[in-house]
Design a protein around this ligand. Structure first.
Ligand SMILES: NC(=O)C1=CN([C@@H]2O[C@H](COP(=O)(O)OP(=O)(O)OC[C@H]3O[C@@H](n4cnc5c(N)ncnc54)[C@H](O)[C@@H]3O)[C@@H](O)[C@H]2O)C=CC1
Ligand SMILES: O=C(O)/C=C\C(=O)CC(=O)O
Length: 370
């Protein structure tokens, strides 16, 4: 299959090709938006992919007026300031993000200030390209919000752009995406449609990640990108809960690596919520783990991809736990499990140690109403 020759073909594809898969960003997609002069942003790791996209645009006389490969995770405010200045000085009329959640997050933050339309070419599985969620970090606090203007106008999925993504980055960003789907299942504004999408997303992503764990192939990469798309839709459709709030707090205050933090935290927060899940949602989680215990499988995958084994490894001290629990309880993150300070502190202690409680069925009597 020639590079960029179109969606890859699999003889035994389980699902039809994703409708928005295309081979690459073409000038046509930008012309549809009526723009001519994009600022193309990437991170160092996705700079080569960004150069390829820029070249394909230039072929159509839509050469970027500026490029930057300086995106980094959590979107520090000073980078937003610098890139807004670049927009003003270059006369850019649009933002093309080529990369993972960091590049996309920077484009979103610049769009928040400037109102320029965003086009995304994701090269990791963060799912950010499908959401109206923005984040900017300043003074040790990660501020997030939702704004229609940051939602990408065009998203181009090309799994060949993920071929060079290192195994551990792939695995951890896939687990970040799974967190979007898991939290969408028990979000206050979930719906049957979201739950079905989330179930498919969790099942396909965990299957692809198991493939990556044992020797990744093209099909696993295609499936992971398909699942990332679904996971992003789940996050866009629902209110973020305890898991995302905790990860953002850790990201802002401890500069914790985003995807690795999600991978560590997810099995623990899901275990915390699990007893309060309605039976249908517990079954959905079990089905997406092939009938097994999803938390145990998520923890196994997190460890296989080098996630920290506990909050200790992220530089979080025992003394930090009570203030974090207080902060979370004050924010009263939506979720179905207990959100009082004492329960949250128990959760944080387990996370600090990295010791996951057994599934409730193996405990025997259940711990909460179903
Ligand atoms: N607003 C939203 O809906 C969401 C936002 N995020 C944000 O995204 C950021 C994390 O995004 P991630 O994608 O996990 O990390 P990332 O964008 O920082 O990428 C991880 C690493 O992979 C490298 N990389 C990216 N594409 C590559 C490629 N094709 N080949 C080789 N290396 C490549 C990057 O340079 C970086 O070193 C965080 O800031 C997080 O807050 C994450 C999920 C959803
Ligand atoms: O935690 C996530 O994966 C989802 C949202 C964010 O990271 C917020 C942001 O864009 O910084």
């Amino acid at each position: 299959m020639p590079r960029h020759g179109g969606p890859r073909e699999h003889g035994d594809t389980l699902h039809p090709p994703v409708p928005c898969v295309t081979d690459r960003l073409r000038p046509r997609e930008l012309r549809t938006l009526g723009v001519r002069a994009p600022l193309c942003v990437s991170s160092p790791g996705s700079a080569a992919a960004a150069a390829g996209v820029a070249a394909s645009l230039a072929d159509g006389a839509l050469a970027p007026v500026a490029t930057s490969d300086r995106a980094r995770m959590h979107v520090p405010e000073h980078l937003v300031d610098e890139h807004v200045r670049t927009v003003e000085e270059s006369g850019a009329d649009s933002l093309v993000a080529v990369g993972g959640g960091s590049a996309i997050g920077l484009a979103k933050a610049v769009a928040l200030r400037t109102g320029l339309p965003v086009v995304c070419v994701p090269t990791t599985y963060s799912g950010s390209e499908m959401t109206d969620v923005w984040g900017i970090t300043k003074g040790g606090e990660k501020h997030t919000g939702r704004e229609a203007r940051v939602l990408a106008r065009v998203v181009v999925y090309d799994s060949e752009l993920t071929d060079g993504l290192p195994r551990l980055v792939s695995g951890l960003s896939g687990l970040n995406a799974v967190a979007h789907a898991v939290e969408a299942v028990y979000a206050p504004d979930t719906s049957p449609l979201v739950a079905v999408t989330a179930g498919e997303a969790i099942a396909v992503m965990t299957r692809a990640l198991r493939g990556l764990d044992g020797g990744w192939n093209d099909r696993d990469r295609d499936e992971a990108l398909y699942a990332a798309w679904l996971c992003g839709i789940c996050l866009d459709s629902t209110t973020m809960g305890l898991h995302h709030r905790l990860c953002h707090l850790l990201g802002g205050r401890f500069d914790a690596p985003h995807a690795a933090t999600h991978a560590l935290v997810l099995p623990f927060v899901l275990r915390h919520q699990e007893p309060w899940l309605p039976a249908a949602h517990r079954e959905l989680m079990a089905r997406s783990a092939d009938g097994g215990d999803l938390c145990t499988e998520l923890l196994r995958l997190a460890r296989a991809f080098g996630a920290p084994s506990g909050l200790r490894q992220l530089g979080v001290g025992l003394d930090d736990l009570a203030p974090i629990a207080r902060r979370l309880a004050q924010g009263s993150p939506p979720g179905i499990g207990p959100n009082d300070e004492e329960s949250l502190l128990a959760l944080l202690r387990a996370l600090h140690e990295g010791s996951l409680a057994p599934p409730i069925d193996s405990v025997g009597d259940g711990r909460a109403p179903r």
